[in-house]
Design a binder for this molecule. Structure first.
Ligand code: 13P
Ligand code: SF4
Length: 357
């Protein structure tokens, strides 16, 4: 639906009043009505770098979800303020690993005698607490665009017979281990935080190379092997392109896998007349379909029964206008802050990611 012209005018006016004091970041999964106001759009890796590279902006309005705004707060300086237009914009995957659960898991690994040879790697989609845990234990953050490099680095750190504890997305962890590091399915075990001992025996922990946290994305987890089979039958010659948060059997059946930035690049470079079925968040797929239709590229959503990411969608134009107008009136709303100690160790893990070779 087209954006409400009154709200568009108000957002423009508030932006004008704020001038260079404001910088707006927009994740690719945001609504069209919001993304039009982003100074920069990107995947979570690019947005983290952009946040760190804007020391002159007093206010960073983050159109994305809570863990992204937390990371931006950690990567910006003390005088900068990060604002999330709707505080209810969380991430169900990030919520699947709490600090208490991860501390308990580390105790389980310690009791099994494997903590000393395990390096934690956490996906960006995790709370600042989990990033801080990772930083404290010699690990790094990763995103979907650098998971391979992060895991390669972590295994080098872990040494011979070393392991990685991958948090919280089991699918990104497994897909990267199998596709990029050449591991076998039996090298991976799944740690279930709701079962005593993670549901694993000490022997299973000792044998594993990848200890995958039992978390997943509620959006990408809905694409199935049937989605792929059905679209191939419906659209002859279709290229199937999916995000690595999809389940392993979906990724194995796809033609291409990549982060949101990678997906955009592939479609940008695709020849006219090519046909694509894309398995990632619907706002982005719809936008790409509209952008590339005039060039004769046909882009469809991989499975029509899968919905938007409901928390990404919480950032809508009314919330953005409210945040911008409040800032323009000198009132800071919905500021996201991370306490200094957590921020320090989370930054250690984020800096390791930013320095990956
Ligand atoms: P990327 O932007 O890193 O591809 O992440 C996708 C995602 O699910 C963000 O919530
Ligand atoms: Fe979280 Fe998935 Fe939504 Fe990304 S798409 S914010 S991983 S629930």
């Amino acid at each position: 639906a087209p954006s409400d012209p009154d709200l568009v005018g108000r957002a423009r006016a508030a932006r004008e009043r704020l001038g260079s004091r404001l910088f707006v970041l927009g994740h690719h999964y945001q609504r069209d009505e919001v993304i039009q106001f982003a100074d920069v759009t990107g995947d979570s890796f690019k947005l983290a770098r952009e946040a760190a590279a804007r020391p002159e902006a007093e206010y960073i309005v983050f159109c994305g979800v809570h863990f992204m705004a937390e990371s931006a707060d950690i990567l910006t300086n003390d005088s900068q303020q990060v604002i999330l237009p709707d505080l209810a914009a969380g991430c169900s995957m990030a919520d699947m690993a709490t600090a208490e659960q991860v501390a308990e898991a580390w105790d389980v690994l310690t009791d099994a005698g494997v903590a000393g040879s395990t390096v934690p790697v956490t996906y960006m989609n995790s709370s600042a607490d989990i990033k801080a845990f990772t930083g404290r234990h010699g690990g790094t953050v990763c995103t979907s665009s650098n998971a391979r490099r992060a895991l390669t680095w972590a295994f080098a750190q872990a040494g011979e017979n070393g392991k990685v504890l991958f948090l919280p997305d089991q699918h990104l962890g497994r897909n990267t281990a199998l596709r990029d590091l050449g591991m076998a399915p039996e090298d991976c075990v799944v740690y279930n935080p709701h079962r005593p001992g993670g549901g694993l025996t000490p022997e299973e922990l000792r044998r594993a190379k990848m200890i995958l946290w039992r978390g997943h994305c509620s959006v990408h987890g809905r694409f199935s092997l049937d989605s792929v089979t059905e679209v191939r039958a419906r659209i002859p010659g279709v290229n199937v392109l999916v995000h690595p948060e999809c389940r392993q059997e979906v990724v194995a059946a796809a033609d291409h896998v990549g982060s949101t930035e990678h997906i955009i690049r592939l479609l940008d470079e695709a020849p006219a007349g090519s046909r694509w079925a894309v398995g990632t968040e619907l706002n982005l797929v719809r936008r790409l379909a509209a952008r590339y239709a005039p060039q004769g590229k046909e882009i469809v959503f991989l499975d029509r029964t899968v919905c938007f990411c409901s928390t990404m969608n919480r950032i809508d134009l009314p919330h953005l206008v409210w945040a911008l107008e409040s800032l323009a009136d000198g009132k800071v709303v919905n500021r996201i802050t991370v306490d200094p100690e957590t921020a320090h160790f989370a930054r250690v893990a984020l800096d390791r990611m930013l320095a990956l070779p």
